[in-house]
Design a protein around this ligand. Structure first.
Ligand code: S3P
Length: 170
């Protein structure tokens, strides 16, 4: 059984996934890192040189490969849920948890970084609101939802560990 973290950029997926992996001795796997190693390019380079469509195709392949294995905490890119096939693959042997946060908090957490092509725009806060709204129905498909606006990342990790133990009985 895998633990799959989905959610918008800046909701804490990477930090929380690493904490869970360490505490449960599971393997941490990031679909974005998988893509960067496979393509030998950064996410920014893939978007600017080949476009988002190409990125989504490579992301689809990464999900197929990663989701075929067990015993992992999978840290997905924020747009992974846009593909119904990705959701099916990831849920088949995984508990899907969506991390959530408000646009202001997301903006606060992402503003200082430049590695997210979708947010390298003149009005990132407006963009965050827009994309978040357009993806609500996709994120709703997760099995569990945790709002990270007001809790620490290790509290979010503990909540997910509880869910996992209840489900897997470890
Ligand atoms: C994206 C999120 C990013 C990365 C890419 C696209 C998105 O991952 O996959 O920049 O569409 O929301 P993080 O959510 O880890 O930042």
């Amino acid at each position: 059984m895998n633990i799959v973290l989905v959610g918008f950029m800046g909701t804490g997926k990477t930090t929380v996934a690493k904490l869970i992996a360490e505490k449960l001795s599971l393997l941490y796997v990031s679909t974005d890192e998988f893509i960067e190693s496979a393509e030998l390019k950064s996410i920014n380079e893939i978007f600017s040189e080949k476009g988002e469509r190409y990125f989504r195709d490579v992301e689809r392949k990464a999900v197929k490969e990663v989701s075929a294995k067990d015993g992992q905490v999978i840290d997905t890119g924020g747009g992974v849920i846009l593909s119904p096939e990705n959701i099916t693959d990831l849920k088949r042997n995984g508990i899907m948890v969506c991390l959530w946060a408000s646009p202001d908090v997301i903006y606060g957490r992402t503003a200082k970084f430049k590695h997210r092509p979708l947010l390298n725009v003149p009005d990132p806060k407006g963009r965050i609101k827009e994309i978040l709204k357009s993806r609500e129905a996709f994120y709703d498909q997760a099995d569990f939802h945790i709002n990270t606006d007001k809790i620490k990342m290790d509290e979010a990790a503990e909540k997910i560990i509880e869910i996992y133990i209840t489900r897997v009985g470890k």
